[in-house]
Design a protein around this ligand. Structure first.
Ligand code: ARG
Length: 350
């Protein structure tokens, strides 16, 4: 689609939602048309950017947390020029989003002169060692990249990787995240102290930094954003997947579960206790987290509000269902139309 047509579609919808009148919309479209004619592109106002980023969250088919799309705080960092300004903007994002544990959804939008190499701002390193992988296997390649840039990790299973920033004509730079900005939660089980022996922890805020925001035909390849965690992302995937921390065998062992046969469901029992520990620990530290049942109920309310607003709901069932006990939530028992509506967030490797 032509840029102007994309702009028209976005402005028409956004201005309607923002309660602006037809005259404002037509004046704005005339300015956009002129700009595209002269420069081949146009710029969003701060208000358009903020509402567009929120619409993009609302349209994110894989996200179960979309009820809260209106609450997204949008930091406009399009004017940021230098590497140190980028770093300050990222630190502000982490500080604001973390908020001592009362997690706030936020996005920081940069111009395309700025690139971030991390796929999340906060992630644990993964190392290939003679005794096997230490840390998060998902980070093996990026950890090697960081090491090639001169970073060195302590070699624990939970070394936080540095942030790697590339700015046009200013090269590539890496920065450790200041410890004072990092909120991590030690994982304890409320009644099974054996699990403490695993020495597990996880970080408070997932800040996705490898997706491109598209609004009105304009693309923002660097726009890190965060919500808060659903417990299962950590307990049923990050710590449990065989290709991630693969901890179910160790958990089951510490719990003394009968592991001689799959039929004893030792994996399911270990998974359940691990997820209880994750939710309990975040709650005990006062860090925002949601369990998959509550998240599904919130999503049901979102479905209702979208219907009332006269919008077609879109979703990706295979991502919306929880990775444990999926059939205990309504999401499992209906279907969703996975058509892509813009504004939206796209994998940068599209
Ligand atoms: N699943 C990813 C992780 O475990 C995070 C993706 C975003 N999640 C969120 N709750 N906003 O790190």
């Amino acid at each position: 689609m032509l840029l102007y047509d994309e702009a028209c579609e976005f402005i028409a919808t956004a201005y309607h939602e923002l309660g602006k009148n037809a005259e404002e919309m037509h004046d704005r479209l005339a300015v956009i048309k002129e700009s595209i004619h002269r420069y081949g592109t146009y710029e969003l106002t701060g208000e358009e950017l903020a509402h567009g980023a929120r619409m993009a969250w609302r349209n994110s088919n894989r996200c179960i947390g979309r009820l809260f799309w209106r609450s997204l705080t949008v930091f406009d960092a399009r004017g940021v020029q230098t590497v140190s300004q980028v770093l300050s903007a990222l630190q502000r994002h982490i500080y604001f989003a973390t908020n001592n544990g009362a997690i706030r959804p936020a996005i920081t939008v940069f111009s395309s002169h700025v690139r971030i190499w991390n796929d999340q701002l906060i992630r644990y390193a993964g190392y290939e060692t003679p005794d096997g992988i230490v840390g998060d296997p998902i980070s093996l390649a990026f950890t090697r990249t960081c090491q090639a840039l001169g970073w060195q990790g302590a070699g624990t299973p939970f070394d936080v990787l540095p942030i790697v920033v590339e700015v046009e004509r200013q090269g590539t730079h890496w920065f450790p995240i200041p410890a004072s900005l990092l909120l991590e939660i030690d994982i304890h089980h409320p009644t099974l102290p054996q699990l403490d022996r695993l020495g597990l922890k996880w970080y408070a805020v997932p800040i996705v930094s490898d997706m491109e925001l598209e609004i009105g035909g304009l693309r923002f390849p660097t726009a890190p954003f965060n919500g808060w965690y659903t417990g299962t992302e950590i307990g049923a995937r990050n710590l449990a997947d065989t290709k991630r921390y693969n901890l179910l065998p160790q958990v089951a062992h510490l719990l003394g579960l009968p592991m001689h046969s799959d039929t004893t469901l030792w994996k399911d029992r270990a998974l359940l206790e691990l997820n209880i520990a994750v939710l309990h620990s975040f709650k005990a530290h006062g860090v925002t987290i949601v369990d998959h049942h509550t998240a599904a109920k919130q999503f049901a309310y979102f479905e209702e509000l979208e219907r009332d607003a006269g919008r077609e709901l879109t979703g990706d069932w295979s991502w919306l269902i929880a990775p444990m006990s999926p059939a205990t939530t309504h999401v499992f028992h209906r279907d969703y139309d996975n058509v892509v509506v813009k504004p939206n967030y796209f994998s940068r490797r599209r």
